[in-house]
Design a protein around this ligand. Structure first.
Ligand code: SF4
Ligand code: SF4
Length: 648
């Protein structure tokens, strides 16, 4: 039984924030959901896919976020409710279509859920979608707790239908990936009918065509919708105030920062001195409501994560209404009260409130601190570096790439991309990756480097991308490279799934999000159809991989593709069986006198190999070694030995 779908109305359930988003969508009667995997958003589409059959939904992992939004938009145009979910970077990818969609409007309720990552816990930037909502003139909602997550998603669909425009509902890691109790509402009937009406008057929003032109007319219409949203937000139950009638300080906050602010006020015992205005509707801002609360005090403290979006927009309102509400003193990010980068937590809010109110706070009593200091120090926790998993094919691939570049000797380098393999910037990937930007950008940048020959550029260029990234955005860059005769080698690290985010399927596989068998698209065929030379190898065959890479770098001009195919170590199939039983012959191991002073544990660094400091030999960690066998080819002394599993 799926608790997400079968849980009864009125019952309470402990849900992860992303599951609460999915439940809210189910209660709203969502029929189409599409997304591209990315932490912290992936569980929304995964949760919906699991109950798609019962709920009469269509769910897909699209090839990228722009296509996901287009697929969801089709559902809305056919008068169904639709949802698209992605991480913050996905909104950048989708933004081209987003701008047009904002202008054309929607029919069935449509909600975009960007899940953002303040502090970049699982990202390589702290992108913000709030400014996209403002730039595209779309309503923006930000839930502040788990019940509200679910309820607000449901309301977002109603709002979208009332305004006939896409509604953005922003989550962050601490909501998406934390859990809280949620009371279920009713589910709608299962039946739904899709129909795209297009035969009415051309400008009729329900019966005409869907386009953002004539621009003047549609833009004015859109602004009218945003004005209507602002009026609705003035009385929204998702904007709440708690605190005294005349607070000394007014905190204005939203999203997960609501929880941090409440906890800070509680721990400091300031509920009679500090008020909290929690905004659930953060664009367009409810001007009259804000004017009312700004009037309560002259000291305003704005608590939000990443860019000071609310702070700057609220200051505009305060300036416009200054004659009415007086001059305010603002605390927030712009004056350094809160940091401009990184994730917040209650400690940041506590520290700021202490400074603003000139009070002292000790998180623990002196006796506790004293007792903690008196505990004898028993040694450091073992250091754990950012590294590929034991037996990860990427380690083997980058070992060969590194060796090929070294042997080539022309100071070649790797243009990296987004995925686990971005870690090849670090020693775990032998530091061969020198650029990492957006998805697919490794190939695009390599395409640019590959045209610098006329300026005496003679360094070999290798780009890398994963199999999912290949379909996501590398293909246009490769077409560009082939068409312009750019000279580089693309290594596709094909580990058979979107591994970093949890093995979601992509078009290279014969299964979809719903578990159905579907046609797969062969990466090698796609590359060959562009006219590229294509080689396919097993990255665990180190010498053969190195050899073919050197050949590709030296022998041919133009676009060359090497597909290194080996399933991810963490995939269920791989976990099911060991290929090799590994052992180390300690009599042969020469330790510090080996290669670069212990080639296996100092340079190759598979976590399955451990240096025994007492006995001065390498040991095998049999618990985590997956028996890939690669390290047997690393050891120059032949001390690491493998035999086929199951052969005695
Ligand atoms: S066989 Fe060697 S390289 Fe493979 S997981 Fe085990 S220790 Fe690591
Ligand atoms: S196991 Fe092999 S590579 Fe590792 S330290 Fe011993 S001799 Fe060197």
């Amino acid at each position: 039984m799926s608790e997400l779908f079968d849980g009864k109305e009125g019952t309470q359930h402990l849900l992860m924030g992303n599951e609460a988003i999915a439940r809210g969508a189910l209660e709203a009667g969502v029929r189409v959901a599409a997304g591209y995997p990315g932490t912290p958003s992936s569980e929304i589409i995964e949760s919906l896919a699991r109950v798609a059959d019962k709920a009469n939904m269509y769910v897909e992992w699209s090839v990228n976020e722009k296509v996901a939004m287009e697929v969801a938009a089709a559902g809305s145009f056919a008068e169904l409710r639709s949802l698209t979910a992605m991480k913050q970077n996905g909104v950048n990818v989708a933004s081209d279509f987003l701008l047009h969609l904002a202008g054309s409007g929607t029919r069935g309720g449509m909600v975009l859920v960007p899940c953002e990552d303040p502090g970049a816990l699982s990202s390589i930037n702290e992108g913000e979608s709030r400014y996209f909502a403002r730039m595209m003139e779309l309503p923006l909602l930000e839930p502040g707790d788990f019940q509200e997550v679910k309820d607000m998603v449901k309301w977002a669909f109603e709002l979208s239908e009332e305004l006939r425009m896409l509604v953005v509902l922003r989550s962050v890691t601490r909501l998406s990936h934390a859990s809280g109790m949620v009371t279920y509402g009713p589910l709608p009937p299962r039946e739904a009918t899709a129909r795209f009406r297009h035969e009415g008057f051309v400008l009729d929003p329900q019966e005409g065509v869907l386009i953002s032109a004539p621009v003047g007319y549609k833009h004015e219409l859109q602004q009218g919708k945003i004005r209507k949203a602002r009026e609705m937000f003035e009385n929204s139950p998702f904007n709440t105030y708690t605190g005294p009638e005349k607070p000394e300080v007014l905190i204005i906050t939203s999203s997960a920062c609501t929880l941090y602010s409440k906890e800070a006020v509680h721990l400091l015992g300031l509920k009679d001195r500090v008020g909290i205005l929690k905004l659930g509707t953060t664009w367009p801002l409810p001007v009259n409501l804000l004017t009312r609360y700004l009037s309560l005090t002259d000291t305003i403290f704005i608590v939000e994560e990443v860019i000071p979006f609310m702070e700057e927009n609220i200051k505009v309102i305060a300036a416009e209404r200054a004659a009415e509400i007086g001059i305010k003193k603002f605390y927030g990010k712009n004056d350094g009260t809160l940091p401009m980068v990184g994730e917040l937590n209650p400690d940041f809010v506590i520290g700021a409130l202490c400074k603003i109110l000139n009070i002292e706070y000790k998180a623990r009593p002196d006796e506790y601190t004293q007792a903690a200091q008196n505990i004898p120090f028993t040694g450091e926790a073992p250091h754990r570096e950012l590294t590929f998993c034991p037996g990860c094919p990427h380690r083997a691939s980058f070992w060969s790439i590194h060796n090929a570049l070294e042997l080539d000797g022309r100071k070649g380098f790797v243009c990296g991309d987004i995925g686990c393999y971005a870690m090849a910037m670090l020693p775990t990937g032998f530091s061969v990756v020198k650029t990492v930007h957006a998805m697919g950008s490794g190939s695009g940048i390599a395409s640019g480097f590959g045209k610098l020959g006329q300026f005496h550029f003679d360094q070999p260029i290798v780009a890398v991308c994963g199999d999912s990234t290949f379909f996501h955005t590398a293909i246009p860059a490769l077409i560009n490279a082939r068409h312009h005769k750019a000279d580089f080698t693309l290594v596709i690290l094909d580990n058979s799934g979107t591994a970093m985010t949890g093995f979601q399927p992509h078009p290279g596989l014969d299964v979809n999000a719903l578990g159905d068998t579907v046609p797969s698209i062969d990466i090698a065929d796609v590359c060959r159809s562009m006219g590229a030379r294509v080689e396919v190898r097993d990255p665990f065959d180190l010498e053969e991989t190195r050899k073919v890479l050197n050949e590709l770098m030296e022998d041919e001009e133009g676009l060359k593709v090497l597909i290194l195919r080996q399933i991810c170590t963490l995939s269920p199939e791989k976990k099911a069986g060991k290929k090799y039983e590994m052992s180390i012959n300690e009599e042969i191991c020469i330790g510090e006198n080996c290669g670069c002073n212990r080639l296996c544990t100092r340079i190759f660094r598979c976590p399955g190999l451990v240096w025994d400091t007492e006995r001065q030999v390498t040991k095998l960690d049999e618990v985590i070694c997956i028996g890939c066998g690669v390290c047997a080819d690393i050891c120059p002394a032949g001390a690491i030995q493998r035999k086929e599993a199951g052969i005695s």
